[in-house]
Design a protein around this ligand. Structure first.
Ligand code: HAM
Length: 424
């Protein structure tokens, strides 16, 4: 039996790669405009990094990490997300010494042992950005504007931005206590997971998908009514600046995040087109994380987008890989030799050209040129060699033109480098 891939870990096949490259390149372009630079960190880190940052009582750390001991008995984990590794690297390489603000972006695979379904995988990919060093609410608005700008640029408009504030170490304990009190009165209605969460991670109860839990938490105290003055002012200012720059959003005070490092602003970009996997991007502020990981006391804010989910939303949008500009159909050994040299010259000059290497008839070669969606086919048969002119066929309108063999490379290069609408 042949060996198959691992459940929940997908191949991204050539037919889909154009969309991925488009999503990645647009991120490079847009994030670059906002001053972000790319950082690349390993896919494996010490397990401790994720336990300390994401939080011991989160689903990710409790149930979803790919953790193993290496041959030296060190516990390592395949990264379930990018923020913690990027912060580890930021601290380790003292990037904070280079500038008062560090703006980074990253892309690559992440790993979570989740139940695979459409839009949820065990190896998935994120494109993320992190802005470190400034706690001004205008930075929150900028990050959200950059995220919205990205969605606009890739042409995904059926999404909405939801924002919330999760408070800070000063005000969250008070809210947590109030919420626990509320939940304790409804303990019997909650699912077993949430009964357990009440003590360990009560905010997550608000996020439970079980109908009973959703019903039981109607009217739960809102985190926004329990913010301290600093968090309240910050959140109001984020909204004011989003309004100022015209970035649409709505407030969702039941949005809690699955990672413990958040403070103040949190957000999700939500779609209605992916069933229950409705978050296409998510993030927030993490003002205590860098210090918790042994770095200086510096604030940060960022987000990550799920590339598989973005790609699903772009399905059918017709993003395809560029097709060859020219197919050289040759017949007879002299013509084939000429075709081979010409092919090599064209490719060397960055022009995507193809030819046949299996001795097919001219008719079959033309069929292949059609299949490959080549813009032009150049016929080089015995007649053409005798005549001193090759025949160039425009595949879109069928028009055929004679091209003198003398200097044919220069002519082809001019034609194929030019926009395809240019006629001879
Ligand atoms: P997250 O909400 O865990 O946040 O993930 C961000 C995004 O990654 C999700 O909104 C979703 O699009 C995608 N995603 C997550 N899990 C899966 C999965 N199993 N399959 C497919 N896509 C998935 C974070 O990871 C934070 N590090 C975001 C952040 C950056 N916060 C601050 N900076």
């Amino acid at each position: 039996m042949s060996i198959t891939g691992i459940k929940g870990m997908n191949d991204i096949l050539p037919a889909d790669v154009a969309t991925w490259q488009f999503l990645e390149q647009t991120a490079r372009d847009i994030f670059g405009t906002y001053g972000c630079q790319e950082i690349r960190v390993p896919v494996v880190e010490k397990t401790e990094l994720f336990c300390r940052s994401i939080g011991e009582t989160t689903d990710i750390v409790e149930k979803e990490m790919y953790t193993f001991d290496d041959k030296s008995d060190h516990s390592l984990t395949l990264r379930p997300e990018g923020t913690a590794p990027v912060m580890r690297s930021f601290i380790q390489h003292k990037l904070f010494n280079q500038d008062q603000v560090t703006k980074l972006y990253y892309m690559g695979p992440m790993f979570r042992y989740e139940r695979p379904q459409k839009g949820r995988y065990r190896q998935f990919h994120q494109i993320g950005a992190e802005i470190i060093g400034i706690d001004d609410p205008r930075i929150d608005a900028q990050v959200l504007a950059m995220l919205s700008h990205y969605f606009e640029a890739v042409g995904i408009d059926d999404v909405s931005l939801q924002i919330n504030s999760l408070g800070c170490p000063e005000c969250r304990p008070g809210y947590r206590a109030t919420l626990i009190e509320f939940l304790q009165q409804r303990m019997e209605q909650l699912c077993p997971d949430c009964q357990r969460r009440c003590a360990s991670n009560p905010l997550r109860v608000l996020d439970c998908k079980a109908k009973a839990c959703q019903e039981a938490t109607v009217g739960a105290p809102s985190v926004l009514d329990h913010l301290c003055t600093d968090c309240e002012t910050h959140f109001a200012s984020v909204q004011k600046h989003l309004d100022l720059i015209g970035t649409p959003y709505s407030i969702n005070d039941r949005m809690v995040r699955g990672l413990d490092y958040y403070t103040k602003t949190t957000f999700e970009m939500i779609t209605n087109n992916l069933g229950s996997q409705n978050a296409v991007a998510a993030g927030g502020r993490y003002d205590g994380l860098i210090e918790d990981l042994g770095g200086p006391s510096l604030p940060g804010i960022g987000f990550a987008m799920g590339v598989e989910r973005l790609a699903l939303l772009l399905e059918g949008n017709g993003i395809t890989t560029a097709t060859p500009k020219l197919f050289i159909a040759a017949m007879g050994s002299e013509a084939e030799n000429m075709a081979f040299s010409l092919l090599n010259q064209l490719q060397h000059h960055g022009i995507h050209a193809e030819m046949d290497f299996s001795g097919k008839s001219l008719k079959a070669q033309l069929r292949r040129a059609n299949k490959l969606k080549c813009s032009y086919t150049l016929f080089l048969g015995e007649n053409e060699l005798a005549d001193g002119n090759a025949q160039l066929k425009c595949m879109s309108d069928g028009e055929q033109t004679a091209l003198p063999l003398e200097g044919i490379f220069v002519q082809l290069r001019q034609l194929l480098d030019a926009p395809l609408s240019t006629s001879l």
